[in-house]
Design a protein around this ligand. Structure first.
Ligand code: C2E
Ligand code: CA
Ligand code: CA
Length: 565
């Protein structure tokens, strides 16, 4: 089975005579990426431009403008460039000593030898220089004596280079919730645990062949000769641990990208192994997962969504739907505002739900663009309803955790509202609770700024994160929006219902209303109403609907009112 090597080294050929460049190119191109320069000056430009990826330079000595000696001299004086090995090309025996003194690694005599000899000397020089670089840098993780993450991929490429026909697995091993071990038993004990895992991995790679590193605190990357029995592998690593830890506390997760194709890069193979490992997040106890078709399809699907984003935005495939919120404090529920929710009508996949693309866009920063689009649509909608019905329906928009990092966000929203003649009280912002816990300082500052300008901020998905009571009292906010998961399971006097009651008490203490979303049934509605919940959103009243349809709800609601509320 012929496997493609994914890593081709780059070399630079410097010679003023075209015929010489051609000859060397013909010899080297099957094995290397080759770039060229026709004198010392352009050579230095090329070297500077490609320094980080240049594996070797083949350098003619006699050239116009700037000759080979001068190039060697400049390289030697540069701390970064001096690491690139140079083979000097010369027909003059006496120049050899001088070039070696100037730091050349080797020389090739003109007229050239057999191509095989030239290739062998090139690869020999590269190997020597790479090995010495590996020895110089901090190669090993002090705790486990495995490679460091910086080294792992470099060494991995070399490993592939020298064992290009070995079948290899990319494996990511993670200790789930390792911080608990540190917290319960102290860091010194945590270190012993990691050491033990490292020891187990070392034994395995020594026996089967491969390399490994500690990628970060509790994650290990293992590049191992292809295995049949992953369960056995996991058990072996685990066994070493059971001397230290009680079995139920051991939560090793292993993600595997088995030797399938090397047509994807080493880095990509580990990314896929990591994806397989992350798919086990919710599981308890030790487990492994192999990257499979389903994960691959998800990866391809995600890549497509990312690729199609700009086009979709341009072609108005994103639509904003509105879901009503009803104030239930009075005798009869009153429409009091709407939440703007995005959907994507994809020409090929049909309707794509936000859960499929929001997290993806958050990773890639596209969310900022999308959210700005939604925010703008929402302001236009408020204006539009005001003109059509003579009433204002306040709209709440979602603010992603990523938006918080955008220094211009607050200003953008303020301008939007101002431009469209909308009162700040009519524009509400929903920020998910976990964003507060992720980055509390930044968020507190942004939210303060927005509130100072008059906007109201609702804490979304409340109960899904880990805000402490202490923190809540310090946080600026105007409403708590209960996480849907509670509502889903409430019934008289059960655990979820007591949670809801607790949140209502907290809200009372903070002096803010509580919004319950995801309310679907009349039973849920009554339970919440009796408990003293203020505002309800959910299928019980309506799904998120297009603005035209929403117009009907407004008409139903208003006869002669100035403003909904
Ligand atoms: P969210 O902010 O918690 O929004 C409420 C979600 O619950 C919406 O899902 C809504 O359709 C759904 N929902 C409402 N009532 C019910 C109900 O009675 N039962 C059930 N089962 N579900 C109900 P959707 O539209 O799929 O949005 C999912 C999430 O995507 C949102 O959760 C929000 O976090 C995010 N999202 C949606 N639009 C945007 C946006 O424009 N920007 C950002 N950053 N995130 C958005
Ligand atoms: Ca929301
Ligand atoms: Ca929510």
């Amino acid at each position: 089975m012929g496997k493609k090597r994914d890593y081709r080294r780059t070399i630079l050929v410097v010679d003023d005579e075209e015929v010489n460049r051609r000859i060397l190119g013909m010899i080297a191109e099957p094995e290397y990426e080759v770039i060229y320069a026709e004198n010392g000056v352009t050579a230095m430009q090329q070297i500077r431009a490609h320094a980080s990826m240049l594996s070797l330079i083949l350098l003619d000595l006699m050239m116009p403008e700037m000759d080979g000696f001068e190039v060697l001299e400049s390289l030697r004086n540069d701390p970064v460039l001096s690491g690139i090995p140079v083979i000097v090309l010369t027909s003059d025996h006496s120049a050899e000593i001088k070039s070696l003194e100037l730091g050349a690694a080797d020389f090739l005599e003109k007229p050239y030898d057999l191509p095989e000899v030239i290739l062998a000397r090139i690869s020999h020089s590269i190997a020597l220089s790479e090995n010495s670089r590996i020895i110089q840098a901090t190669e090993n993780d002090a705790l486990t004596d495995l490679y460091t993450r910086e080294f792992f991929f470099e060494y991995g490429h070399q490993y592939d280079h020298h064992h290009s026909d070995l079948a290899m697995d990319a494996i990511v091993l993670n200790f789930n919730r390792f911080h608990l071990v540190n917290e319960l038993y102290g860091r010194a004990f945590g270190d012993r645990v990691l050491k033990k895992i490292g020891g187990g991995i070392r034994e395995i790679i020594e026996e089967a062949g491969g390399i490994a590193c500690r990628y970060d605190a509790d994650t290990f990357y293992i590049y191992l000769s292809h295995q049949q029995d992953y369960e056995g592998l996991l058990k072996r690593i685990q066994q070493g641990l059971s001397e230290l830890l009680q079995a139920p506390e051991v939560r090793l997760r292993m993600g595997i990208y088995p030797d399938t194709y090397r047509s994807v890069t080493l880095e990509q193979r580990f990314e896929r192994a990591l994806q397989a490992c992350n798919s086990l997040r919710a599981q308890f106890g030790a487990a492994f997962a192999i990257y499979d078709m389903e994960m691959h399809e998800r990866e391809v699907y995600s890549a497509r969504l990312l690729e199609d984003f700009e086009e979709a935005l341009k072609n108005k495939q994103f639509r904003v739907l509105y879901q009503p919120k009803y104030d239930i404090r009075g005798s009869k529920p009153r429409l009091c505002s709407a939440e703007a929710l995005i959907t994507w009508q994809h020409p090929e996949f049909g309707r794509v739900r936000p859960d499929a693309f929001i997290p993806l866009f958050e990773e890639n920063g596209l969310i900022q663009k999308l959210d700005r689009y939604v925010w703008k649509e929402a302001t236009l909608q408020i204006k539009n309803w005001k003109e059509s019905f003579g009433v204002t329906v306040p709209i709440s928009v979602n603010v992603s955790r990523v938006d918080i990092y955008d220094p211009d966000m607050a200003e953008y929203i303020m301008e939007l509202v101002e431009e469209n003649d909308i009162a700040v009280q009519e524009y509400l912002l929903e920020i998910t609770e976990s964003a507060y816990t992720d980055n509390s300082r930044q968020i507190v500052q942004v939210v303060k700024e927005l509130r100072a300008a008059g906007f109201q901020v609702e804490m979304d998905d409340f109960g899904s994160g880990y805000s402490s009571l202490n923190m809540l009292t310090a946080l600026p906010l105007d409403a708590l929006k209960l996480d849907m998961a509670f509502i889903h399971n409430i019934s008289v006097d059960n655990k979820e219902m007591r949670m809801v009651e607790l949140v209502l008490e907290i809200a009372e203490f903070l002096g803010v209303p509580v919004i319950a979303e995801g309310v679907e049934t009349v039973d849920q509605y009554e339970l919440l109403k009796n408990a003293g919940c203020d505002i309800i959103q959910g299928y019980y009243f309506s799904r998120p609907i297009p603005p035209e349809e929403f117009g009907r709800l407004i008409r139903q609601e208003t006869e002669g009112q100035e403003r909904i509320r």
